[in-house]
Design a protein around this ligand. Sequence first.
Ligand SMILES: [Zn+2]
Length: 420
Amino acid sequence: MSSLLITNIGELVTNAPPDAAAPRSGPPDSATPPDSGAPDSGAPYGGAPGPGTFASVADAALVIEAGRVAWTGPAARAPAADESVDAAGRAVLPGFVDSHAHLVFAGERGAEFAARMAGLPYQAGGIRSTVAATRAATDDQLRANLRRLSGELLFQGTTTFECKSGYGLTVPDEARSVALAAEFTPEVTYLGAHVIPPEFDRDLAAYVDLVCGAMLDACAPHARWVDVFCERGAFGRDEAAAVLAAGTAAGLQPRVHANQLGPGPGVQLAVECAAASADHCTYLDDADVDALASSATVATLLPGVEFSTRQPYPDARRLLGAGVTVAIATDCNPGSCFTSSMPLCIALAVREMRMTTQEALWAATAGGARALRRTDVGHLGVGARADLIMLDAPSHSYLAYRPGVPQIAAVWQAGKLATA
Ligand SMILES: [Zn+2]
């Protein structure tokens, strides 16, 4: 087994406390010092629930062994390794964790975007044109689109992503959507309750029964998560609760599209269901913020959507001030936000939502991991999966400081060089 030392790192973002050198359960003073070169147990760093914080080491080094982070610390104290890479003062960050994406679809909606920019408001019903194109596509066409988009994600530094169904909306089309998504990521979400398909226009109850019955049975074996678009014009509180309950009974874990287009019951429902994440959170009242702050439900903000629809941005400062755990994700989809770029979303979070560069970077890595209930990604503590980005810049702040500029010099996934 060969080890790799990456040294001369200008800024190593670990998102791990300095005493998190090894997975542990004891008090902090029993922890192994960060530079002891302790053997990697292979167990992920068990980040406790609650607000986490950005953490970094200057003039650092990192050792990868067997696909995991084996050591981090000051470069001057780095242990020897079989191979080494000189970062030449550049920054190394955890790979981005994009916890919200809709990548199983066919067709595109460039004309709808152009019309919206010319003054037409976004409405959830636009999803239906993508549903028609997706139903008409072959498996190979859907797979090719997934391959192209997952490649885009990787080249922009995303090493873990979630992928939803939701453009099939029949039993066979949803079943193939989750099965195709599972070829590309383990974080597959069943979103039969994305929009009400045209053939059920007059019978919402019958469609909810299908989503909770035969469609769920066909999708659950390929999915980890169940999601619902809880919004006026989509699914109301009772329907959304039924979908989440049925999904949970089938072994899936809940997450919710909540409070995107207006105030509504989505966030409260997400917290009541102990959902991993309430996504969008654009229109919140005080009770919604309090509910999130006193729960383990992550608020996942999707600023690319507000950018692409000219809607008001969520109030990230209010959420962070209340102690809510915040994640940032792309919501990559052909309608409301067709970007796969986490660096763009970080820049928007900083510029438009007034997050600090450290908060935004944390939200795009560790925050996304929390939203997917993953402890092995989103940080570079010892034992983490060796998913990391080398920036062509000395600091993570360049992601927002130089918006739109390609700065991902290399990406490692589970210790293997994926791009360079
Ligand atoms: Zn979405």
